[in-house]
Ligand binder design. Structure first.
Ligand code: ASP
Length: 315
């Protein structure tokens, strides 16, 4: 029997105890990842996932999430999903109930969520709306849908994105997507990722969190990995899969994470912001890396009373 373990990126601490409770009861890694991420998605204090996630350049919250199972490499994801507060559950439903597909986006993803009976909710909270207005320096009257932009979309997005990078590099506290990786007593390994994506992103933008190999990869032979931060870099570098391939070659976990970030960092990128990665192996070893010091991840084993915070190594 495998000793269960669950790990997560910054701000997963609110969800990990719920995931570990599932694992302690002999539940599956898939149930544990979903349970942990749902709590994170419902956390109104968190502006990077689920309800109260920061909106796109038009003031509309669009969520990306994915889940991948190590033994089968089954993958399910939704992207640019509007109006559903728990995209991780919809991503799981894509994997389980629509196995002829892996990824649904936008309106189609919402249609599928509706058909599955998921509840809708208003995702833009007062606070996330205030942050949006401040960041884009919008008057209250200009914060609704098509009327949001005095500037045309692409130009407004680019200006906002530049401002964002100025404010976030170096970032001023824990931010970004949430990754949860779990290993259950049967030895199954699952990786889940949930995000509202880059704040003020161009409408319809899909990030690394929803795409296999980029923000999420899980292969029971070698390990699972997931990313937070500058998604376009991990999309271009295939970062999560790069980590797992290095694990397959026998690299230790932190080295695999550091080398994958170093590879992504070689790519030219005007909007360069930090990319971070986390990994967990089928024998329960874990590690993470980031581009600058101070970044952490959280870990729970069956004996943990609460999540333990571990430093990530620096690329
Ligand atoms: N990786 C996420 C994305 O690109 C953003 C983040 O983690 O900050 O959508």
């Amino acid at each position: 029997m495998t000793a269960p373990v669950i790990i997560g990126s910054e701000r997963s601490e609110v969800g990990l105890p719920h995931g570990m409770a599932v694992l302690r009861d002999g539940g599956s890694a898939l149930d544990a990842v979903e349970a942990a991420l749902r709590v994170c998605e419902d956390n109104l204090a968190d502006h990077y996932v689920g309800t109260s996630g920061l909106p796109n350049a038009r003031g509309v919250v669009e969520l990306d999430a994915s889940v991948m199972v190590g033994s089968s490499r089954a993958f399910g994801a939704v992207a640019a999903l509007q109006g559903y507060p728990n995209p991780i559950s919809v991503a799981r439903a894509v994997m389980e109930r629509l196995p002829q597909h892996c990824v649904l986006v936008g309106e189609g993803a919402a249609t599928f969520a509706d058909e599955c009976g998921f509840e809708t909710a208003e995702l833009l909270t007062e606070e996330s709306r205030r942050l949006f207005r401040e960041a884009l320096q919008l008057e209250e009257a200009n914060v609704e849908g098509e009327r949001t932009l005095g500037l045309q979309g692409d130009r407004a997005y680019r200006l906002a994105a530049l401002e964002l990078v100025r404010r976030f590099a170096p970032h001023d506290g824990p931010w970004g997507t949430i990754n949860v990786l779990a290993l259950d007593a049967s030895g199954e390994l699952v990786v889940g990722v949930s995000t509202s994506g880059y704040p003020w992103k161009y409408p319809g933008r899909v990030g690394d969190s929803a795409l296999p190999g980029a923000g999420n990869w899980c292969d029971l032979r070698y390990g699972g990995a997931a990313c937070t931060g500058r998604g376009e870099l991990s999309l271009r570098a295939g970062t999560a899969r790069t980590v797992v391939e290095a694990l397959g070659r026998g690299d230790d976990v932190e080295r695999a994470c550091r080398d994958a970030l170093a590879d992504a960092a070689t790519l030219p990128d005007d909007f360069r912001a930090e990319l971070r990665v986390l990994a967990l192996t089928p024998d329960g070893r874990h590690g993470g890396a980031a581009g600058s010091p101070g970044s952490t991840y959280a870990v729970m084993t069956a004996d943990s009373a609460e999540p333990e915070i571990h430093p990530r190594s620096v690329r």
